[in-house]
Design a protein around this ligand. Sequence first.
Ligand SMILES: [Zn+2]
Length: 590
Amino acid sequence: MNDEAPVAQVPNERRRDWPPVAILALLALAIGTIVWLANRQPPKLAERTAESGLPLTREQRSVEFVSADLTFDVQPDSRRLDARALLEFLVEAPIGRLQFDLDPELPIESIAADGQVLPASSWANDGGLVTVKLPAANRAGDRLALAVAYGGKPHVARKPPWDGGFVWASTRNGRPWVATAVEGEGCDLIWPCFDNSRVEVGTVTQHIVVPKGLAAPSNGRLLGVDRLADGRTRWNWRASHPNNYAIAIDVAPYKLAQTIYYSRFGNHFPIQYWYLPGEEKQAAALLAEMIRTVGFFEGTIGPYPWGDEKVGVVETPHLGMEHQTINAYGNGYKTAPDGYDWLFNHEFSHEWFGNQLTNADWDDMWLHEGFATYMQPVTLGWLRGRMAYDSAMFKQRQQIANKHPIVSGRHRTDSEVSDSTIGPANDIYYKASWMLHTLHGLIGDDAFWRATRRTVYGRPDPRPGNFEPRFASTDEFVAVASQEAHRDLGWFFDVYLRQAHLPRLASWRKGRTLYLQWKTPRGLPFPLPVEVEVGGTRQIVPMQGGHGSIVLPAWYSLFTLDPDSKILRQSDEIDRYRDDRATKKPYGPS
Ligand SMILES: [Zn+2]
């Protein structure tokens, strides 16, 4: 269908020829199709379940979530999940009830507290928030173990990974190929958890039971594979401090490409790629890319954060997701002129920006996506040089919308950030990446990477064993970047992160003098120096007070502002291009 072939081209005579019976039959078919399509849609999620990052309840704030031991019996034929969760808490403030999040579409069969099975009347799932009345009051310092048996047909993702849930797919040979991706909706689509990025469970152990002949790679270290009497297998994995939305189930007849990586920091760890049979050649190439990328990230940022577990990637039927130590990869080994796999690279960045450093609030989500997006051109610059870096940056520049500020300064949920009608949406990727590029140019290599390293690890000298996963906020990054640059950079981040509109660089000449002035939203201060090239020589205009000038050799001298495109600023050309693209219907088949 395209707009050059309107319906009017169908001869009217033919339409008139159609007998009423045929029209009725067509109508019935159309209604049938609509009903069938409606039935195919997965049930709508409970409001609380669909959201991620809601404030923790008082009961949730009263305990520390110490560990979760999760058994998943995955049944691809019936698209069913039967599960058991052993949850351990440390009581920090006296409580008589416990609360956790779980999709009501996964009914609870039983709950036991400290080994005592509770009557069904003592727990209820109210729209995704499960409240359990405890048999005895608990005091601070008590340990509390909860066993939850539940199961059912888990929520099916409509458009993974953007719209999350279970993905029930098949390989080319008709074997089951199962995946989960729940970043937007959160962990409660799969297991009983606290669905807030601020909560990381100390240890998560998984026992994934799968039909005969299938494998279930997952987060963390493989503890072992048990063969059950009926031919099924149970895959046992353990991960430390995973993001709760990173807990992932992946099932397929996977094969494994792996190697041991010897790090510059003296430690070593496995690098594993779990792929579908028949893709040995592509898998070997991706494994080689994984090895060189680990080396680059360790050399640029610091130690791989999960060196006592593994580097892991698994092939999925959806595009990708940053599942800690088992990143989802579904980019189909696409070739690209810049010769790297952007999807693998982006998700792998999240091991540092997302998993090691986790945003303190979804309002700071640019710390995950902005850095992961900026690491793509940075990797390309290392691999292919300046042209690949610049070309990737220019593509990103065209994606910036400037409709809502990247950071609001208040608590936000995941969907408040990713909904483009009320939040920054893709600007946390591309605009934040360009902000980092501009910061990099302003403060230089040393200060930029030191600030990054300190924000990721909480210290400037990370080594395996001397750091823990941590939370970071925008304010912390602003403070650390200012310290490393030895000057207050609050003005820089105020304009780029906390305003929707970009700063505009106004320029005009009078005789031989070239005048420059920054125009910012609400006249905010913006003393960002500007480089100017005139006749092959460059000079930097300091722009104190937001304005500056230079004297040109002649009234007709040619000049270029910001010749290396170091600065993110408003551009009439790109705005026109974006407006044009938004209003024109695409030509050709759609
Ligand atoms: Zn990402």
